[in-house]
Design a protein around this ligand. Structure first.
Ligand SMILES: Cc1cc2nc3c(=O)[nH]c(=O)nc-3n(C[C@H](O)[C@H](O)[C@H](O)COP(=O)(O)OP(=O)(O)OC[C@H]3O[C@@H](n4cnc5c(N)ncnc54)[C@H](O)[C@@H]3O)c2cc1C
Length: 448
């Protein structure tokens, strides 16, 4: 092996374990060994050795799982943070991307060719966990969740074979890779992605209103989603507002313009009936992907203890907002907010297990510093969602905390098929799958 490895108790182990999780709230889970792979051959060696020694495997690419999903008790933690190579083939509009590559590097490599990929909003998110779990990134309302752009994968299977899989050679495996998230049963060492034409212009409108207009603004955005082009990504945020000492409710729309769309895609936002009550506005301002990554980074800054969760919901907006009223009323002080993301619903595909979605994604986010505040924040995030579980049309694997709040990340039929395919590819359970309640190490998990 070219890579390093650390056994529990050895020098370097604890810093490698902590570095595997971006969140400052590190899990109290301890793998026996952490392997930092340098290339696909290291991954093969590690998976084979784990098989010989009977160790289960957890995986880390970009390390952005909010709950540190790859870090489990016992077994082996396979750290892929060095596998971040990016190669672009403009002729076939494809890119081969290592699992820990980040959005800015991917789009910087694509930009000279007039190409683009809907990476995660924050600049530090790894493509691995993001894309396997669905992947709602910049312009995903138009292009669909990122997993639908996977054309092939290079993957190390439970028996230690490195295979190049595509829809012809391994249709079941590809179906599973497109949406199974932390339940995928293999180690992807490279994603072969279909990349997209770059937008000709990116425009952005944000209106911030006083908190008392939160309900009206969320309802308006939900009911008027159909008036906005799919090239417009739109979300509201209630609570913490970066760059302002005050809490506000903000509606932000980002238009990814093409020659065909023109550049008046954001005009409907000026027709909000209470538009004149906005306390801060940016209207149809030209921006770029670098600025968008920076904005996202300000919303979920590093260095904090983060708890996140979310549900998909649809139906009557008044019913959703009535149910969400306690969550909106009890947003903790400091860096805490509710995201209301209007993805609208993208057609499901027969070649993807990705299947949990609805019109709106409702997600409480809380970031804090003092471990003594864990329970209060986690209670707000997971407890208020558990209280409206009846509304849930499923969760996003990206923000999952299945150990603290079980929910469906796939439709029941797809979840059943996934488990059948898992038996073929990973009959001995070499790879850890979805977390369960006993694996929670949060204050909330211990309390409930
Ligand atoms: C600040 C921040 C912003 C975010 N913004 C977005 C966003 O805009 N849109 C969105 O959809 N999500 C977003 N997320 C969620 C993010 O997509 C998920 O947490 C995702 O899991 C991160 O991928 P990762 O590779 O960095 O995570 P990791 O923690 O490295 O991986 C998480 C899990 O994914 C699986 N996995 C990862 N890589 C592989 C691989 N190569 N082979 C097999 N399995 C693998 C493993 O089960 C692993 O434990 C954000 C998260 C953070 C912290």
């Amino acid at each position: 092996m070219h890579g390093e490895y650390y056994r529990r108790g050895e020098a370097g182990y604890e810093s490698a374990r902590n570095a595997a999780v971006w969140n400052e709230r590190k899990p109290d889970r301890y793998p026996d060994v952490i392997v930092i792979a340098h290339d696909a051959a290291d991954v093969v060696a590690a998976v084979r050795t784990a098989g010989e020694q009977g160790r289960p495997i957890g995986i880390r690419s970009g390390g952005h799982s909010w709950v540190g999903n790859g870090v489990r008790d016992g077994g082996l933690l396979l750290d892929l943070s060095r596998l971040d190579e990016i190669t672009v083939d403009p002729a076939t509009r494809t890119a081969v991307v290592g699992p820990s590559a980040k959005g800015p590097a991917i789009n910087e490599a694509l930009a000279p060719h007039g190409l683009f990929f809907p990476t995660g909003h924050a600049p530090t998110v790894g493509i691995g966990g993001f894309i396997l779990g669905g992947g709602y990134g910049w312009n995903s309302r138009f292009w669909g969740p990122a997993c639908l752009s996977i054309r092939a994968i290079d993957v190390v299977l439970a028996d230690g074979r490195l295979v190049h899989a595509d829809d012809e050679s391994h249709p079941d495996l590809m179906w599973a890779a497109r949406g199974s998230g932390p339940g995928f049963f293999g180690v992807v060492t490279a994603f072969h992605l279909e990349v997209r034409p770059a937008p000709v212009k990116i425009l952005r409108t944000t209106h911030s209103y006083p908190m008392e207009l939160a309900r009206d603004l969320l309802a308006w955005s939900y009911d008027h989603l159909g008036t906005l082009s799919p090239a417009v990504e739109i979300s509201a945020k209630v609570g913490y507002t970066p760059g302002s000492g005050e809490r506000m409710v903000s509606l932000t729309a980002t238009a990814f313009c093409t020659e065909a769309t023109g550049d008046d895609l954001l005009a409907p936002l000026e027709a909000i009936p209470f538009r004149e009550r906005a306390v801060r506005s940016t209207v149809n301002r030209e921006t770029n992907i670098t600025e968008l990554y920076a904005l996202a980074d300000r919303l979920n800054p590093p260095g904090l203890r983060w708890a996140l969760d979310g549900i998909w919901a649809d139906g009557d907006v008044g019913t959703i907002l009535d149910a969400a009223a306690p969550m909106l009323a009890e947003i903790p002080d400091g860096i805490a907010f509710v995201l209301w993301m209007l993805w609208g619903g993208f057609p499901e595909q027969a070649n993807a297990c990705w299947s949990a979605q609805a019109k709106v994604y409702l997600s409480p986010n809380a970031g804090w510093r003092d471990p003594a505040d864990d329970l209060a924040h986690e209670q707000w995030v997971h407890g208020t969602l558990a209280g409206i579980q009846h509304l849930s049309r499923g969760l996003q694997f990206s923000d999952n905390n299945l150990a603290d709040r079980p929910d469906n990340g796939l439709s029941p039929a797809n979840a059943e098929r996934l488990e059948r395919i898992r038996k073929d590819y990973d009959p001995d359970g070499r790879f850890h799958t979805y977390m369960e309640a006993e694996q929670s190490t949060t204050a909330y998990g211990r309390a409930v």
